[in-house]
Design a protein around this ligand. Structure first.
Ligand code: PLP
Length: 367
């Protein structure tokens, strides 16, 4: 039997998604595959909560990181200023990616597990013109959740021209997210976390206004991460017509269509509420053991838990010997002091699997 995989992505997926990921290949422009791709793109509109038909979902073979490159390549020009609100390792890596496209990036950084105060963001936004701001909805290194509605409404008030970019890799599917209501311009995620699929797809949504900028941005370079290439393809598939730029992953797109179907048939709101319940219960149980979370209660993520333990290496190997795989810390400075446990997808939703009970008992016996 394989191990119980409870790292913060890739996660364990349902048997229907597993089956969908191992179908015989179909021709990528065949009517059968076009219907599958169309279904996935249409469902993403609901998962991302967009109400504007001019916004465009994008699904490309790659990982979450490709979303950062799409932003750097298409939504700014070399020399533009960008502002990163950093709550950890992944926020910082996004900033590093943007610098490779020539952006002049300012980073406002929080202490581990804390968030940057709104008034600091406000004065920074007033200090110069920013082409875009990056917000990592959940930084997976610290399990810290941003208060997106407050930050996005601040950006709209203080600097309405600035594109609002959200890294939703560890939030989409397990945290409340409202693309249109929160005036987001680009959200990026990946298939292997709360979208509940195997790894291998970069999944994003671009607003109509950001799309119009990207399509007329003369300074875009490179070939694969160029939206001028991909947007006609996405529009064609969504309209029910196969069109070629680069071969899509038949199996992964099929798996995504099935997993999105599962998310929507459970109910998006119900799923997010269930994730929160599972997460709150697990975190409370850990606190009752006398353990301290990395993230403060007011900004704790619901798809994973980061918790300080005395000997992380020992706890991780003890769990592995019991057939449970969790992750270690990755934030420089504290990485040797904590462990991370993922609870997304079926592990958070299906109590009958007892994944979270099992990992809790194993941690209790190992600390
Ligand atoms: C918040 C966040 N952003 C970006 C990434 C990068 O995604 P990937 O590893 O799929 O390239 C990750 C990976 O875990 C992440 O957690």
């Amino acid at each position: 039997m394989s191990d119980l995989l409870l790292i913060p992505g890739p996660i364990m997926v349902s048997s229907a998604v597993e089956e969908a990921a191992s179908i015989q290949s179909l021709a990528h422009t065949s009517p059968e595959f076009v219907k599958i791709f169309q279904g996935a793109l249409q469902k993403l509109r609901t998962v991302f909560q967009t109400s504007n038909a001019g916004d465009q979902p994008i699904v490309i073979s790659g990982s979450g990181t490709l979303g950062w490159d799409i932003v750097g390549n298409n939504l700014l020009k070399s020399g533009d200023s960008a502002l990163t609100i950093s709550t950890g390792f992944f926020s910082d890596s996004f900033a590093e990616c943007l610098k490779t496209y020539g952006a002049d990036v300012d980073v406002l950084k929080s202490e581990p597990g804390k968030v940057v105060a709104l008034d600091k963001i406000e004065s920074q936004l007033k200090s110069k013109k920013y082409q875009l701001i990056t917000l990592t909805h959940v930084d997976t290194s610290t399990a810290t959740l941003l208060d997106l509605p407050s930050i996005t409404s601040l950006v709209k008030k203080v600097s309405p021209e600035t594109f609002i970019i959200v890294d939703g890799v560890c939030s989409i599917g397990c945290e409340e997210f409202k693309f249109s209501e929160w005036s987001v311009d680009f959200v990026l995620t990946a298939s292997q976390k709360a979208l509940s699929c195997p790894s291998g797809l970069s999944v994003s949504l671009i607003s109509e206004r950001a799309l119009s900028y990207a399509l007329s941005n003369e300074s875009t370079h490179g070939f694969y991460a160029n939206l001028k290439k991909w947007i006609p393809i996405m529009k064609a598939y969504e309209a029910g017509v196969g069109q070629y730029f680069a071969t899509p992953s038949i199996q992964l797109v099929n798996a995504l269509n099935v997993s999105l179907g599962e998310i929507l048939s459970y109910g998006l709101e119900a799923r997010i509420a269930k994730n929160k319940k599972t997460s709150d219960q697990f975190k409370n149980n850990l606190k009752q053991l006398g353990l301290t979370l990395v993230s403060e209660d007011s900004n704790s993520a619901h798809g994973l838990t980061a918790v300080y333990v005395d000997q992380p290496g020992k706890v991780i190997s003890s769990l592995k010997s019991k057939g449970i795989v969790i992750a270690g810390g990755i934030l420089p400075g504290i990485k040797d002091k904590y462990i991370r446990i993922g609870h997304m997808g079926i592990s958070a939703i299906d109590d009958n699997l007892h994944h979270i009970d099992k990992v809790f008992e194993a941690i209790k016996e190992s600390i």
